[in-house]
Write a protein that binds this ligand. Structure first.
Ligand code: SF4
Length: 288
C-alpha cells in the first residue's frame, strides 16, 4: 500500500487496513489542527487505489476492518466510493467493517439516497469531528460549520443507517469560554445522540493559528484542573442514553470510559478522584 504525507486514524482503527483515498483535508482551516497543514488536498484516482488494494487483498487477506482516510473521504463522488466499497466486499471476504472520516459538510452535500447507497455497499461507520457545540467557538476555530449543520448531518447519518463516532475537545474555548464549551457541547450531544463520543483535550502545535493566538495572549491554555472541571460540567449536563463515551486519546489528562447516561456518576467520581489526588496523566504519557 502506498501512503503519502501524514496518515491519521482514530485509536479504535489501530488494527485496520488504512486506505488513503484522499490526501489531506479539503477544509484545512481549523485553527487548532496541525494534521495536514503542509499538504495540498488531492482526491486519489479510484483505479490507483484499487491497484494498491489488489496487493493487500492477495497477500494480506486477514484484515477484518478497513479505514478510509484522509481527513474527508466523503468528498469523493459517490459512484467512485461505491466502486471502492464493492471492490473491498468482493475481494476481501474477511472484512467485517469499513469506516471513514467524514466532515459534516461532505455528508450534508450528499443526498439521503447517496448516503443510503454508500451504507448499503458496506460503509458502516463515520467518524465526524464536532470539536465543540458552542456556535461562537465554532466560529473562533474556523470550523466552517454551525450547530444546525451538525444536527442536520446526524439526522442524515441516522436515516442512512450509519454508526457515528464524534470527537469533541475540552479546552477549545480556552480559559475564557470553558463553560460555554462544556454546555454547548453537552447540548449538541444531547440533540444528536451519536453512537460514540470521543472526548479529547486541546493541544498546541507549533504550525497552527491557535498556537500563534496563545503566543500573543489571545488564547489562554486551561490548566489540567480547569480541563477536568470543564469535562465534569459537560458530563453533568449531557443526556444521551446509550452513547459510548471515551476519553482515551493521547491528549487526555485522565482516561475515562463508559456508557451515557448510566455511567455518568462513575465518570464524575473518576474525575473527582483525579482532581483530589492530582494524578493527571503526565505529558510523556499524553505523547506531548
Ligand atoms: S480538524 Fe478536520 S476539518 Fe478541520 S482542518 Fe483538521 S482535518 Fe480538516
Amino acid at each position: 500500500m502506498n501512503y503519502y504525507g501524514n496518515v491519521f486514524r482514530p485509536p479504535s482503527e489501530a488494527r485496520s487496513l488504512i486506505i488513503q483515498a484522499t490526501i489531506g483535508c479539503s477544509h484545512n482551516r481549523c485553527t487548532f489542527c496541525y494534521m495536514y497543514k503542509d499538504e495540498p488536498f488531492i482526491i486519489r484516482d479510484v483505479d490507483e487505489i484499487i491497484a494498491d488494494l489488489e496487493t493487500e487483498a492477495r497477500y494480506f487477506p486477514y484484515y477484518e476492518r478497513v479505514f478510509i482516510a484522509d481527513g474527508d473521504a466523503l468528498i469523493i463522488p459517490t459512484d467512485k466510493l461505491v466502486r471502492l466499497l464493492d471492490y473491498i466486499r468482493e475481494n476481501m471476504p474477511n472484512v467485517k467493517r469499513v469506516a471513514s472520516y467524514a466532515t459534516a459538510k461532505d455528508i450534508n452535500l450528499k443526498t439521503d439516497a447517496e448516503l443510503k447507497m454508500l451504507h448499503d455497499h458496506g460503509l458502516e461507520m463515520l467518524y465526524i469531528g464536532f470539536e465543540s457545540g458552542d456556535p461562537e467557538i465554532l466560529e473562533d476555530i474556523n470550523k466552517g460549520l454551525t450547530y444546525e449543520d451538525y444536527v442536520k448531518t446526524m439526522a442524515k447519518c441516522k436515516t442512512a443507517g450509519f454508526q457515528t463516532s464524534v470527537t469533541i475537545i475540552a479546552g477549545l474555548g480556552g480559559r475564557a469560554k470553558w463553560e460555554q464549551n462544556a454546555l454547548g457541547t453537552a447540548r449538541l450531544i444531547t440533540d444528536t445522540k451519536p453512537d460514540y463520543v470521543s472526548y479529547l483535550t486541546v493541544r498546541l502545535y507549533g504550525n497552527t493559528e491557535l498556537y500563534r493566538d496563545w503566543q500573543q495572549g489571545i488564547f489562554e491554555m486551561p490548566s489540567p484542573e480547569e480541563i477536568l472541571y470543564e469535562m465534569r460540567r459537560f458530563l453533568e449536563h449531557v443526556d444521551s442514553e446509550g452513547t459510548v463515551f471515551r476519553s482515551n486519546h493521547a491528549s487526555n489528562y485522565v482516561l475515562l470510559g463508559g456508557t451515557l447516561n448510566r455511567d455518568v456518576p462513575d465518570l464524575l467520581d473518576a474525575i473527582d478522584d483525579t482532581l483530589e489526588k492530582k494524578n493527571f496523566r503526565p505529558g510523556m504519557m499524553r505523547r506531548l
